[in-house]
Design a protein around this ligand. Structure first.
Ligand code: AMP
Length: 462
């Protein structure tokens, strides 16, 4: 038995059995370092990022000590964004599959308030949510925190960056001091140190080096001189590197809009993701990008947090990130799961010092590459192979992905190979189809009954 095998830990048999069925055999480095401490009841600060397996590290610690028969909120996980909260709740539910009746509730901003009150009245063991909404429910007395014995602050650095310090303080004030506090953060700036000192007791510190498989990510650096050249360089890189899904990082919301406007003008399939968007638009944008109906997304670091799209083939840094950890995090979004990825960074003389900092962490030493041939600009951008159909019915109408797939591929329908990802929401569903089959798919979905009734469908254009 390997010392990093989960079976080495003193976990409940049901949890271990479930881990085996999930094919989690060996612990990831962050799990191997933090889980024994977490299981021993210590407060732990763990520095590691999304993709490191951190959710299972705190999730298993939580589930091991949860008392299912006590029907009150015992554990609270606070995350910076709804996407991350949803992802975390999903992973905890997966880990909890073998234990019956564990109730995990998400409480996030941007979602209707009323139904959350109803869910809270029904009771929950674990609440996962975003700071503002949790605080509001706590303040209005809907959420009782006086029996919480485990608090997890996930991506704590982002929460502080997004200005959630006050909400966090207000929430933590209502949680008993006798508790276990776990703090996860990709970076460890002084503000995190200070919050840790205030809310944690003799925390243990665990750090996992944020390295990538250098074989799977091809990093390139391009020097530019003017702002205009930066925009043109973006066009060139997009033309030079074939991509189904490309993510462009920039520093401000205004920049996301400028870049999108510029690229749309040249016929690229591109959308912006920034903090100003309404939840509905944000959901739609993310779906179109994740299902490959939109090829390029332009985002700020904050907006892209928790983004659950893992097969990006191209990442472009419009500027070099201020912090090497952030750079590593951005770049690590490509080349996942053994696939090959390309990460391009544009920099000017003003950013040269950031490059020098990066050189301390990147191996091999970075080299500057020449921009691709300008003649590439004469080629029209490729358009995505997929397009999206929205169905005005979702989980609440008991519609399931299987119903949609069934209707699409039934008699006179389209081939299963022409159907892409299906995303379900409470009152709607989005399905990606090959763009050459969209007419047929629309007719089929518009005339066939699903769950005994017809639903309105429409073609979503970005
Ligand atoms: P996270 O960093 O928590 O977002 O986890 C990244 C991914 O790794 C998730 O899809 C997990 O399901 C998966 N994962 C976490 N721990 C393990 C493990 N020990 N073995 C295999 N997969 C894992």
């Amino acid at each position: 038995m390997n010392s990093v095998d989960f079976s080495h830990l003193n976990l409940q048999p049901a949890l271990l059995e479930n881990l085996r069925s999930l094919n989690y055999i060996e612990m990831t480095p962050i799990q191997a370092q933090s889980l024994p401490l977490i299981l021993a009841g210590a407060d732990v600060i763990a520095q590691g990022q999304t993709g490191s397996g951190k959710t299972a590290a705190f999730g298993l610690g939580m589930l091991q000590k949860l008392a299912v028969q006590s029907y009150w909120v015992q554990q609270l996980v606070i995350c910076p964004t709804r996407e991350l909260a949803d992802q975390v709740a999903k992973e905890i539910r997966r880990l909890a599959r073998a234990i019956h009746n564990i109730k995990v509730l998400t409480l996030c901003g941007g979602m209707p308030f009323g139904p959350q009150i109803g869910s809270l009245e029904h009771g929950a063991h674990i609440v996962v949510g975003t700071p503002g909404r949790i605080e509001e429910h706590a303040r209005k007395g809907n959420l009782k925190l006086d029996k919480v014995d485990t608090l997890v602050l996930d991506e704590a650095d982002r929460m502080l960056e997004m200005g959630f310090q006050e909400s966090l303080d207000a929430i933590i004030e209502n949680i008993p001091a006798r508790r276990q506090t776990l703090l996860f953060s990709a970076t460890y700036p002084p503000q995190i140190k200070s919050i840790a000192e205030r809310v944690m007791q003799q925390p243990e510190f665990v750090k996992v080096a944020s390295t990538h498989d250098t074989n799977s990510i091809d990093q390139r650096f391009y020097k530019i001189t003017t702002q205009d050249e930066r925009m043109q360089a973006l066009r060139l890189l997009l033309a030079a590197f074939e991509h189904e899904s490309a993510l462009i990082f920039c520093n401000t919301k205004a920049e996301t809009r400028d870049i999108v406007e510029f690229l749309v003008g040249f016929g690229f399939s591109v959308v912006a993701l920034n903090g100003d968007m309404e939840q509905k638009d944000r959901d739609r944008t993310l779906v179109l990008f994740a299902n490959k109906s939109t090829a390029i997304m332009v985002a700020t670091d904050v907006a892209a947090r928790g983004l659950d799209v893992d097969d990006l083939d191209l990442v472009i840094n419009y500027q070099v990130a201020k912090d090497p950890e952030v750079h590593t995090h951005r770049v690590g979004r490509t080349g996942r799961a053994g696939s090959k990825g390309i990460a391009c960074s544009l920099f000017s003389d003003n950013e040269a010092h950031r490059l020098a900092q990066l050189e301390l962490t990147i191996d091999p030493i970075l080299e500057t590459t020449k921009l691709p041939d300008r003649r590439l600009l004469n080629n029209a951008p490729a358009s995505p192979a997929m397009t999206t159909i929205q169905i005005d019915g979702g989980k609440k109408q008991k519609l399931r992905p299987g119903d949609i797939l069934g209707a699409l591929t039934g008699t006179d329908g389209i081939d299963g190979k022409q159907v892409g990802k299906i995303h379900m929401f409470p009152n709607s569903a989005f399905v990606a189809v090959d763009k050459h089959s969209v007419k047929k798919a629309l007719t089929k979905l518009g005339t066939d009954k699903m769950k005994g009734r017809k639903f309105r469908v429409r073609h979503v254009r970005d």
